[in-house]
Design a protein. Structure first.
Length: 440
């Protein structure tokens, strides 16, 4: 048992397993929540047949139209104006601008026409856009909105089911007629042609990631049960082991404390919280970045946050076992220093000697006279008297110190055997007791 308790290999292995098991536990819980939402669909192993795909597809269309509205307001423009014999239009290569992350990605082909201005927006390179519109209607997966009517083979957002979509209702003419706003647009303002090209989807895109995760979850419906059970059991065992073994080292009876354990607890906590906050802020500000980069940075942030939490947890357990948890606080050290100073001052005042009493009353008198003269300092004579009083007080204090030095030197000479030293007993009686260590 002692070997297991002192084993550094077991501790390192435990520290490595904890974040992995927590990820498995979190993903398994998410998996169960996902199955509660979509798991009752018998034939839902294909992502393009799911409601999740349909909702994301439709939201991508709305996001792209929002970009067009931003262009009209002059606040954004990710498109190139192309001059044509049949009329100018706008083209956007979604692979080379932020549209691949925030608008319709390049694996959705689209032609969107503003019915009022007759301006066309597209990501398709062709000389015959009328032919492309017809091709989209024959695509394996398509969704069109022409003259207020939906044409699609995506069941979840066809004319019967889209009425349950809040985003569609929010952009419908029926809703916007009752809303006073100049920033909202209606789908009826556009003719929309879109088709989905599954061959362009990769794991480096949001659609690709969602498709891979969706199909895994639908094909492995029992996996989260095993994942939760196994990860919870191992996490409980590892937690118990670490609480038992942390701080113990082979060849040492006492708790092993390192440099981190000697850092004041509040300062260490502030450092760890600051590091975690910096990394989480970096992650929070990556909204327009490539999806797999966000995933990579998210994992880095997760392990950094785990590391700082592990440091705080380990040092807390060590300090508790060493019975110095509260003593390791900087606040505790400051309070203890203040209390010790106060005790020294109280002990000095409690020492009932005639010299102390005289010094106390001299000090009270000095303060009283100084306060009185300061309160009258509006007059020139009061300022002169105050300066004179301070000079006199300094002189008396200096005189007293000189006498004390003479007494100490005399006592030293007497101690060395000199007998021709003369002192005034009435002035030095108490000082002899102090410096000569003489008792009555």
């Amino acid at each position: 048992m002692e070997k297991a308790r002192n084993s550094e290999i077991l501790k390192i292995l435990s520290y490595i397993l904890i974040p992995i098991l927590v990820l498995i536990l979190g993903f398994s819980i998410f998996h169960i929540g996902f199955l509660n939402e979509y798991g009752d669909i018998e034939d839902a192993t294909k992502y393009i047949d799911s409601e999740q795909f349909a909702n994301q597809y439709f939201n991508e269309v709305l996001n792209k139209i929002s970009q067009y509205e931003s262009i009209q307001r002059g606040s954004a423009n990710n498109f190139i104006k192309i001059e044509s014999e049949n009329g100018d239009y706008y083209y956007s290569d979604d692979r080379e601008n932020s549209g691949i992350y925030t608008g319709i990605p390049s694996y959705i082909n689209y032609i969107i026409i503003n019915k009022t201005t007759n301006i066309m927006y597209t990501n398709i390179k062709t000389k015959n856009y009328e032919q492309e519109k017809n091709n989209m209607k024959n695509a394996k997966v398509y969704w069109n909105y022409i003259d207020g009517k939906i044409e699609t083979n995506i069941e979840k957002i066809n004319s019967e089911n889209i009425k349950y979509n809040y985003s569609y209702f929010y952009r419908s003419s029926a809703y916007l007629e009752n809303v006073e706003t100049n920033r909202s647009y209606s789908l009826d303002d556009y003719n929309i042609y879109t088709s989905y090209d599954n061959d362009k989807v990769t794991l480096y895109t949001a659609y690709g990631m969602n498709q891979a995760v969706y199909e895994y979850m639908m094909q492995n419906k029992t996996a989260p049960i095993y994942g939760i059970t196994l990860s919870l059991i191992l996490l409980v065992v590892i937690t118990i082991y670490l609480f038992w073994s942390i701080g113990h080292k082979e060849g040492k009876e006492e708790i092993d404390l390192n440099a981190i354990d000697n850092i004041p607890y509040e300062i260490l906590a502030i450092i760890c919280i600051t590091i975690a906050t910096i990394f989480l802020s970096i992650l929070a500000n990556m909204g327009g970045t490539v999806d797999y980069i966000i995933l990579f940075v998210g994992l880095i942030c997760y392990f950094v946050c785990y590391a700082v939490c592990a440091i705080m947890g380990v040092t807390t357990i060590k300090r508790i076992k060493a019975k110095r948890f509260f003593k390791s606080f900087l606040t505790y050290r400051i309070i203890r220093w203040i209390v010790n100073k106060i005790k020294k001052v109280i002990n000095a005042f409690q020492e009932k000697t005639s010299e102390n009493r005289k010094l106390f009353w001299y000090y009270i008198g000095f303060l009283a006279v100084s306060i009185m003269l300061i309160s009258l300092s509006v007059t020139g004579i009061a300022i002169i008297l105050l300066i004179a009083f301070w000079v006199w007080a300094y002189y008396k204090l200096k005189e007293y110190i000189i006498k004390q030095e003479k007494i100490k030197n005399a006592l030293k000479s007497i101690y060395e055997g000199k007998t021709d030293i003369k002192l005034e007993p009435r002035r030095i009686k108490r000082c002899i007791k102090r410096n000569g260590n003489i008792r009555k």
